[in-house]
Design a protein around this ligand. Structure first.
Ligand code: ADP
Ligand code: ADP
Length: 225
């Protein structure tokens, strides 16, 4: 599904954030991306969601070369990627329902479709009873689950999460990871950037390790390229 082939990223200031990174994430696969702060995790995720462009190398998304796609095609690719952030980025003046509905409204879905899909997404994160609540009324773990519901509401084949448990205590972090595993079991590919070594080791899942922009370890390399 995602193939990085000797991908490098140099930011405008000259900083090399990624150096010749190669890996393959298959459809339906789940993996962690780890490394110290500044190692390049966010940059790698931003290259997949086309918020940044590679300086060198090739990124394939479902066999499409991301360097070849036009500006007009960017929203089409982005719709296939659900993004989850550490700070969840919810709109505080809108209800849980309206936050989750946002991607569907942007995509022009009908009210009936929106009602059905938002409730299905909230059901998956076990928050259907709080659809009319506002984010401030929810706990940190619940807010993150709303962020996940918003990311999955248009059923993208790939989820990217950037430090999704960074603000949560250990038990809530486990709860969030359990949700990712459940979504992965439904066939969604999941790539989670995290520096929580304990969480990663306990999961037993594939781990990609970045160190100063280089991919220095990939425990799932046998699946690869
Ligand atoms: P991580 O997510 O692992 O903390 P990042 O991908 O955010 O790492 O950053 C990798 C390196 O690239 C860091 O040194 C960071 O300061 C730098 N960097 C990130 N974004 C930019 C940017 N927009 N412009 C310049 N440098 C950047
Ligand atoms: P994250 O926690 O996602 O790694 P950061 O705090 O590193 O985020 O960066 C926040 C924003 O600032 C991001 O959009 C990132 O691309 C940008 N950024 C990070 N480092 C630099 C930098 N050295 N110069 C310019 N922009 C940067």
């Amino acid at each position: 599904m995602i193939q990085f082939d000797h991908v490098s990223k140099v930011y405008s200031g000259g900083h090399m954030a990624l150096q010749k990174v190669s890996f393959h994430l298959h459809a339906g696969e789940m993996a962690f991306l780890t490394g110290h702060s500044g190692a390049g995790k966010s940059t790698l995720l931003k290259l997949i969601s086309i918020q940044e462009r590679p300086s060198d190398g090739r990124i394939l998304f479902n066999r499409r070369d991301l360097s070849q796609i036009t500006k007009a095609e960017v929203p089409f690719i982005r719709r296939q990627v659900g993004m989850i952030f550490q700070d969840h980025r919810l709109l505080l003046d809108r209800s849980v329902f309206d936050n989750v509905a946002l991607p569907l409204q942007i995509a022009g879905a009908s009210p009936l479709e929106i009602q059905k899909r938002v409730m299905a997404a909230l059901d998956k994160v076990r928050l259907h009873k709080k659809a009319q609540h506002f984010p401030m009324m929810l706990s940190g773990g619940e807010q993150q689950r709303v962020g996940i519901a918003r990311a999955i509401v248009n059923m993208p084949p790939l989820l990217l999460a950037d430090e999704p448990t960074g603000n949560l205590d250990a038990s809530l972090a486990h709860e969030i990871m359990q949700l990712f595993r459940e979504l992965n079991a439904l066939g969604v590919a999941v790539l989670v950037a995290s520096h929580d070594q304990k969480l990663i080791e306990e999961s037993g899942q594939r781990k990609l390790v970045l160190q100063q922009g280089r991919l220095v370890e990939d425990t799932g390399a046998e699946h690869g390229a």
